[in-house]
Write a protein that binds this ligand. Sequence first.
Ligand code: FEO
Ligand code: CA
Ligand code: CA
Ligand code: CA
Length: 637
Amino acid sequence: MSQFELKDEQNHPRTQVPEFTQIVEQSLSRRRFLGGAAALGAVAFFSASPLSRAMAAATGRSPLLGFDAVPASTADAFVVPPGYKAERLISWGDPLFSNVADFINGGGNSAADQLGQFGDNNDGMSFFPVDDSTAILAINNEYCNYELMFPHQGKQMTAADVKKAQAAQGVSVLTLKKTADGWRFAKDGKYNRRIHANTPMAIGGPAKGHALLQTSADPRGERALGTFNNCANGMTPWGTYLTCEENVNGYFGSTGQAEITPAQARYGIGTEDAGWQWHPFDERFDLAKYPNECNRFGWVVEIDPKDPSSTPIKRTALGRFKHENAELVIDKDGHVVVYLGDDERGEHLYRFVSDGKFNPGNPDANRDLLDKGTLYVARFNAAANNGELKGKGEWLELTFGKNGLTPENGFNSQAEVLIHARLAATQVGATTMDRPEWVAAHPTEPVVFCTLTNNKNRGVKNNQPVDGPNPRAENHYGQILRWQPANGRHTAADFDWDLFLLAGNPTVHQNSLYAGSANINADNMFNSPDGIGFDKAGRLWIQTDGNYSNQGDFAGQGNNQMLCADPATGEVRRFLTGPIACEITGLTFSPDQKTLFVGVQHPGEDLAGSHFPLGGDSTPRSSVMMITRKDGGIIGA
Ligand code: FEO
Ligand code: CA
Ligand code: CA
Ligand code: CA
């Protein structure tokens, strides 16, 4: 999210439940939801329903979760369970090279400094082992907090300030060295690299060269400049990093006469930017001068972290939208499957299936697997009549010439289907979702989870039916969706789905879906699940980007946090809490599962009073934290 959109999210007042919501609550009470027959029960799946098992879990501790829960917190601190240790790996502004300036509190660094420093608002990240004592950590830098980045708090932007903001986003690639004290960042390490909003990139896949990607600076439509608003991520088994461009629309605007097309409007692009103020100082972002530049963003970008001189490639076959993460699995037959969320209220959930097959013996043969394949979008059936929150669903193909994706409906090529993937999804009848955020596939079972973070617009008035996996109007708590592909095949045409949990507040709401599912209680409640990921043992880690007011609907939930769930029993336990006004986002493990890297994003946004991580009167800084156990054990066990 941009800071500007976050305000919109968090000031959402919830006073009274509207009438149609009450109807939903009556017909689909919490009790009925939880008491229903085994969810996904028709198929053998962890041998029993997670929701029915969630009831059992209330009486005993999950064998998978071995740590003591931490309480909700409003402290300006990063709190981990007893027996665990948290250390700071790196923070916004720390130099990657010894010839770069240190961070200066209060926004004193220049754009040139920022180009060699760790970027701002770290988000998704992946750990790449190199050898026993060396590793690479690739980390997204999503956006900036102007109120912390500039002495004028963004109120008197200059061209130099815009360059600094552009330098603070993208990706930071870090060399890590293993020491007697654990993993440490290596300044001047050979893999250290900053990728930012002006880094040259190649465009790959079916949209490469299309007229809609051509600009006066790149008349061939094959070379883009930079990446920004890099939200979540993915990694491939051939050793590359995937960084996903999310709210790119907010960087474009126009001071002149720009004609906004319906397609641009669907992507949130208009003459008013989101407040970033790039277009008055960098004409590339002025829609009147560069009407196609915006089409060159909103993609998944593949980066080779082991080669600092490599050119990142925008993989257009994966579609253009507000990408969250890119969860990549290899199907049994070798096809590469990538699950992709489009994080906007009422947008969709996607799947890419490669034409080619993964070749484990020859990494180079896999280099362009993400350029050729088929994109699909999900349609979910309504919930079953008895009110159980489960059902069936199917993947609808987004291929030019099929399913109405034809010239009569405004699609003239596969490139156009991909550049305007949202419009194509609507054309084929995809389900509108409650903001699909991260997708995570179980490490051993063919089952996939997706966070639907919240959706204040859900309801009949916005033509977003309260149904299927989106069962609550004015959904300000979020839920975690789960599906099992038919026959255990990620390439299958259809799937069974249910909800792994409904976040809620059982201390504020009783006997309604707003209380949350049975595995949510006063001790583990939270709102707005966002980052998720599995460890090797199948623990599901859940991070939140929610309302941290600790009031009203959110009373008792405290600061943003990270929880851990056992997918088999449904138990959810709070693992850590973050500092004031932060989001917890980004997670990756060392291969031995003994170090967990977690991101603290925008502590103290909107001048909320945090001084994390260094305390005193220091400027709050997004940071990557390293968590280990004092006894050297497996995280979470
Ligand atoms: Fe950058 Fe959808 O979160
Ligand atoms: Ca955020
Ligand atoms: Ca997110
Ligand atoms: Ca979010």
